[in-house]
Each structure stands twice: as C-alpha cells, then as structure tokens.
Design a protein around this ligand. Structure first.
Ligand code: GDP
Ligand code: MN
Length: 387
C-alpha cells in the first residue's frame, strides 16, 4: 500500500524524523487559507502516488497569497502521468543548502534490510545509481540487531555528508530505519533529505509503501489507503474478498486457483493478447460466486473478451458449467466469453454448456486453443465452435 507524501511525512514525524509542518487540502480556498496561516513562502505540492511531480509542474513555490492561489488552482485537477490531483499539501518552504537521498528497503536477494544514502539527492537517483554508483552507499543491516548509531554515522561519513551534519544525517537514517521496521514498510524513501543553511537535516519528500498484509498490526494506518486514487474495481474486489488485479490490456482473465490464473496470463500474452485484469474465482463452482466474479471483470470497460479457465480437480467441471449457466442467465454478458473446461467431468461440463447454447459463450478444450480464441474475439474476429 503506497502512501501519499503527506501521509508518509506524518509517519516520519511520529518517529522523530524532522519534516516541515503543513496541511493537506482539497480546494483552492483552503489552500490559500492554510498558506496564509503557515506564512510565506510556502510550497504547493500535488499529492499523487507517482514520482517526478516537480518535473511535471506539480510542486511550486509561492511567495504570496496571489501565487498560492494561482498554483493551487493550476495543480488541483492536474493529470500527472495518469494520476489526477485531488489533494494538495501546503508546507512552509525550506531554504536548501544541499539535497541528499536516503532510503530503507528489503533486499530480497540478500535477505536483509538495505539502507541507501547519497549526497547526490533531489535528481533522479536511478541515474546516480547507474552513472556514479560509488556515490550511492549501500549498507545491509542485520535485521535482528537493527541499525546501530555507529553504522548510521559510518553510512553518512562514507557517503560524503558534510562533517557538521553527519550527526543529523545519522539521526535521520536511524529514524527512517525505525519507520521502516516499526510500521512494517516495504519501502521508506526520502528524496531529497535536505540540509538547510542553518544546517538542519529535514525530509522534504516522503515515499512510503506499507506491507498490506501487515496492516492488521497497525490499526492507525488502516485509514491511510488512498481509496480515492485506488482503482474502484480493485476496492470493490477487496471488500468482497476476491483476488483481483487490474492490468491495462483488453482481455479479462478468470480462473480457479492462483497458479492457473498466472499461467493463463502467460498463455494469453503468448497468443498475442493483453490481459485487462485477472481474477481468481477460487475453488468453488457456486453460481453466485461465479456471477460476482464475472460482474467484477465486466465492471472494467476496457474488457473486450473474457477467458474463463477452469481446470477441474476436486471442483468438477459439470458443477462449474451449471454455475456458469445459472450465472449467465442473470448477467447476459455483453462481451464474448471463452470457457475452457478440462479435468474432472469435462466432457459432461462442455456438453451442458453446449446444450444451454448461451449467446456469446464459446467452449474450448485446451488452454492454448482458448487463448487463441479469446485473442481473436477481443480483436473483433469471429471464431468457430460456439457453446
Ligand atoms: P518529486 O518531484 O515528486 O520528487 O517532489 P519533491 O517533493 O521531491 O520536490 C521536487 C523538488 O522541488 C525538490 O527536489 C526540491 O528541489 C523542490 N522543492 C520542494 N520543496 C521545496 C522547498 O520547500 N523549498 C525549495 N527551495 N525547493 C523545494
Ligand atoms: Mn522527491
């Protein structure tokens, strides 16, 4: 679960990491009122779950009320790489002497937390990592022992932090590590971590991702999910307890079992198709569950055809076919479906489908055949063998 900058900063502040004080607003009037209250200059910052806001024009300094109004009006509603700005964060502007970079994440290959630090922050850190890797300090932490003050000082010194702010940077790294650990974050990143002319070290930006599976341990963070920016269908699926992931193609994928759904994605991609989403209908064959799953899949307007891939094991294909027939009697899908039934009682299942002669439903025996059919159907081509 990704947090907006201001939500990340609130977590930072809770763990003693220095941030500028500010307020989140959703209207131009509130933005101006908050800016007046904070005192100029202020920064008006788009709150969207995407980086590079500054370059896109979503971060602006305002010296007075007129500028605050102008920037707030321009940034609210702005489309930043497909993310519409609905919330602004207004904070008192900082004077900047240096822009550093700091992050903590889990290095899966090393099986350890990784702390990274660079004095070349602010700009694209990926570029620093690529072009001048020696300017990005990478330090693995013993997760049981935690990050010690000595290690933090060493990271700051090795990274080339100015001598008079090594302590301040070490404090920031320790606090950031604590945020990462205590909040069950998968990523905690500050870019830039600034040094002010008064030599104070402060987080000017925050990128925090929390582990959604650990949210039950953090009741205070449960309200942070950015439901406004979350895909509404993914939200509905979550509420209904269905495994659903949105992608950006035009073929809906439905299967029973996570492994089968994953392979279905691969086979469809191999046949030249682009999945629009995928949904795991689980083991059951219950018509109500199938109907719910199909409803969710079709809620996405981009879906032009659906592949329903069933491998009958404990779940018998004839039961699934009955569930499907009952579901389709209610839903009457507007896009073509390809149903692949294989495994236990598949012959009977396909026979039932055939007999029901549902409009827009095509039966297939193998996964490859089904994938080719659904790709053709999504492209508007006709296929044979209708159920
Ligand atoms: P990002 O572009 O999405 O990473 O947004 P940031 O919050 O990192 O802001 C982008 C850039 O705007 C920073 O690297 C700073 O150079 C600049 N910036 C942000 N806040 C301030 C501020 O308070 N004062 C000054 N002078 N510049 C700021
Ligand atoms: Mn940034």
């Amino acid at each position: 679960m990704d947090l907006l900058e201001y939500q990340g900063k609130q977590l930072f502040a809770r763990h003693g990491l220095k941030v500028s004080s500010g307020k989140a607003v959703t209207s131009v009037e509130d933005a101006v009122a908050v800016a007046n209250e904070i005192g100029y200059p202020v920064v008006v910052k788009a709150q969207v779950l995407i980086g590079g806001r500054g370059k896109a024009g979503g971060v602006k300094l305002a010296a007075d009320e007129a500028q605050a109004r102008e920037h707030a009006a321009n940034i609210l509603g702005m489309d930043i790489k497909g993310h519409i700005v609905r919330t602004l964060w207004i904070e008192h502007a900082s004077d900047i002497a240096a822009e550093y970079y700091a992050s903590v994440l889990l290095d899966r290959s090393a099986k350890r937390p990784l702390v990274m630090f660079s004095v070349e922050g602010g700009v694209d850190i990926e570029e620093v990592a690529q072009r001048t890797p020696e300017k990005l300090v990478r330090h693995h932490v013993d997760a049981l022992a935690g990050l010690s003050r000595e290690e933090a000082v060493d990271i700051a010194t090795t990274g080339g932090a100015d001598a008079d702010v090594v302590d301040g940077v070490a404090d920031a790294l320790l606090a950031l590590y604590e945020v990462w650990m205590a909040e069950d974050a998968t990523l905690a990143e500050i870019n830039p971590l600034i040094v002010t002319p008064a030599r104070e070290v402060r987080a000017l930006d925050a990128k925090v991702s929390l582990d959604g599976n650990a949210l039950f341990r953090h009741p205070e963070s449960q309200g942070l999910s950015d439901s406004e920016n979350e895909d509404p269908i993914e939200r509905r699926a979550k509420e209904e307890g269905v495994q659903y992931v949105k992608l950006d193609g035009d073929i809906g994928i439905l299967g029973n079992g996570a492994g089968l759904v994953m392979s279905t994605l691969d086979v469809v991609a191999q046949a030249g198709g682009r999945p629009a989403n995928f949904l795991d209908a689980g083991g059951g064959s219950d018509a109500e569950k199938i109907k719910q799953a199909v409803d969710l899949l079709l809620a996405n307007d981009a879906v032009k055809a659906v592949l329903f891939n069933i491998f009958g094991g404990i779940t018998r294909c004839d039961e699934v076919a009955r569930g499907l027939i009952a579901a389709f009697e209610e839903i009457k899908p507007s896009v073509p479906f390809v149903v692949r039934l294989d495994g236990t009682n598949d012959v009977e299942g396909r026979r039932l489908l055939q007999e029901a002669s549902l409009p827009n439903v095509h039966a297939a025996k193998t996964m490859n055949e089904a994938a080719e059919m659904v790709v053709a159907l999504a492209a508007g081509q006709a296929v044979g063998a209708s159920a």
